[in-house]
Design a protein around this ligand. Structure first.
Ligand code: DON
Length: 587
């Protein structure tokens, strides 16, 4: 692996100690500043999660949330051993790669936003990159038509970044060794874990894809998903994990796992080579920072669009002052118009900053937000192409969040894109490969699998990171204390889902449980449609929105999880819309 910044800087560890002493002196794990009262809510009649009915996990010292119970428990084990939030996050990431194969991964990539209790912040980008042999039109057939090769099979993968990213984050901000934090994952792969109904269902749902490639021997023994209650071991993955624990990320990128991966690719028409693996480097980046009504957001910059698009959305909303009531036609149309404008910029202007000049400062400035706010007409929906004229005049992923007893916080989102990625499983390494190449504009101007219509800036180029929507975000309250750690899965709905949790907490003063239970909406500029959840809009609100000119359709809206500070500790929530396999837990 090429040298990363992480090998150059090693931060002194006494910051943790100092912070711990300060907090112990205060006699309380969570900072004890006044928290604004939460407001009682009412959601539409018949909505599946009535206001005030969901229960968060509650803990005094530390909290962790993820989409998988076993992975949450792995992180909690590390926290209880005295590990900090970064140690626990990395432990959770490796455990997800074993116990949550639909999205946890070594064969994909992700992003981690960190805020240490002493105020240091960091963002690490371990997004996949396009292989050196990739080219702009590689997914078009001889007639210039887009094929499905960016989605399924050996050509769909970018060079994986997860191992390098997690190792670099641990080295710079963790307090434990890779061997320590990977111990739970190695145990889970070697000794196995008990298959629950969520994993059984997930493998069943995607059995056709899995059966096309070598993962069938592990996940479809005898042609069927492992039975609920059976024990699933993954010896090949265990060997890979041991190699990483002993030899660091280099053992993966320069050692036998890279040889096996490159050989498998070469045998099957893939283009990732040993050289691609050896060149992979994660990137430390300056987090996107923005303020909204006195609260500070720390989020992921490009190559993810998440932080910039959320910041731009909130800046468009801020000039409005107090927002209309949640669930009202006035609120939903305003929110949709803000998303529409922010996604138009996202889809056209955002891309890998190492390849494209991205105007982050302009897009996240208050002046720009005000200008876009002034183009919104409250009574009438403006179609996306008309907004474009006005402005120019001037499936599958997983999030996890950790807060430790010292107040260090980590928000991470990681993905292989679709559930089980490209379907390709590298048997010798024990990993599913991502199909992240589909996040590029495989044919600029044509929709990808999420319906996103993106431009030339995000076209395929060798060595380039494909634009992401992942939005791991940390929010500080007006006194500068940690308030919220949140992120989501769901493609472009990550951005809208995460930002609605943030708005629900900050602007609508919901409890964390209500913030997650509240109905959500989604708009991504094109298609020019407001997606709402079944039962999530009161009938008269739907009528009013249609009368304004909005086209409505029913769909799902992301799957966030997160942690909020409350008096005396922390609340944790996984989205109640999930498969029941996630867990928020603390101590
Ligand atoms: O990076 C992105 O934006 C996508 N690859 C995320 C995919 C995703 O969230 C699918 N999960 N439901």
């Amino acid at each position: 692996m090429a040298p990363s910044q992480s090998s150059i800087v090693s931060r002194p560890r006494y910051h943790h100690l100092l912070a711990a002493i300060v907090l112990l002196a205060a006699g309380c794990a969570a900072p004890a500043t006044d928290l604004p009262p939460r407001a009682a809510q009412s959601f539409p009649d018949g909505w599946r999660f009535p206001a005030g009915t969901l229960q968060p996990a509650a803990a005094t010292n530390a909290m962790i949330t993820s989409d998988n119970r076993i992975a949450t428990e792995a992180g909690l084990e590390i926290l209880r051993q005295g590990g900090n939030a970064v140690d626990a996050a990395v432990a959770t990431g490796f455990a997800l790669a074993v116990a949550y194969p639909e999205a946890g991964n070594l064969g994909g990539g992700g992003y981690m936003v960190i805020r240490m209790a002493d105020g240091r912040t960091a963002a690490i980008d371990y997004r996949e990159v396009a292989p050196l042999a990739a080219s702009r039109d590689m997914y078009l057939d001889e007639n210039g038509e887009l094929t499905d090769r960016s989605v399924v099979g050996y050509l769909a993968s970018g060079v994986p970044g997860a191992v390098a990213g997690m190792a670099a984050a641990l080295e710079r901000y963790g307090s434990m060794s890779l061997e320590q934090v990977m111990a739970p994952a190695i145990r889970l792969a070697e000794d196995g874990f008990v298959v629950d109904s969520a994993l059984h269902r997930s493998v069943s749902n995607d059995s056709a894809l899995i059966a096309r490639f070598a993962g069938a021997s592990v996940f479809l023994p005898d042609g069927h998903p492992p039975a609920v209650g059976s024990r699933l071991t993954q010896p090949a993955l265990a060997r890979t994990l041991r190699a990483i624990a002993e030899g660091g990320a280099d053992a993966f990128y320069d050692g036998w796992p890279a040889d096996s991966l490159a050989a498998d690719m070469a045998r099957n028409g893939g283009i990732i080579t040993k050289e691609d693996m050896g060149r992979y480097e994660p990137a430390w980046r300056e987090p996107v920072r923005t303020d909204y009504r006195g609260y500070s957001l720390i989020s992921m910059p490009p190559s993810s669009s998440g932080g910039v698009t959320i910041a731009e959305t909130l800046n468009i909303l801020e000039p409005h002052g107090d927002l209309p009531a949640p669930g009202s036609a006035a609120y939903i149309s305003l929110l949709a118009a803000a998303y529409q404008r922010a996604f138009m910029d996202r889809n056209e202007k955002l891309a890998d900053p190492d390849f494209v000049q991205v105007p982050i400062e302009e897009l996240t400035s208050k002046e720009y937000g005000e200008r876009l706010y002034s183009t919104i007409t409250p009574e009438r929906w403006t179609a996306t192409p008309d907004v474009a004229r006005t402005i120019r005049e001037g499936m599958e992923t997983t999030n996890y969040a950790v807060v430790d007893s010292m107040g260090n916080a980590v928000a991470t989102t990681t993905t292989i894109n679709s559930l089980y990625g490209s379907g390709v499983y590298i048997s010798a390494v024990g990993i599913f490969m991502n199909n992240e190449m589909d996040d590029f504009a495989a044919q600029p101007g044509k929709p990808n699998q999420f319906g996103l219509v993106q431009g030339e800036a995000n076209a395929v180029q060798p060595g380039k990171r494909m634009l992401s929507a992942m939005s791991p975000t940390i929010v500080l309250d007006p006194s500068g204390e940690l308030l919220l750690v949140v992120g989501s899965r769901g493609g472009p709905r990550i951005i809208t889902g995460t930002s609605q949790i943030i708005l629900n907490v900050i602007a609508h003063r919901m409890s964390l449980a209500d913030a997650f239970g509240a109905p959500r909406v989604h708009h991504q500029a094109l298609p020019d449609v407001l997606v709402h959840e079944e039962g999530g809009l009161a009938p008269e609100v739907a009528t009013a929105l249609r009368e304004m000119g909005l086209e409505l359709s029913v769909g799902s809206n992301g799957l966030p999880n997160g942690i909020m500070r409350v008096d005396g500790g922390w609340h944790g929530m996984v989205d109640p819309r999930g498969d029941g396999g996630g867990l928020a837990a603390g101590y």
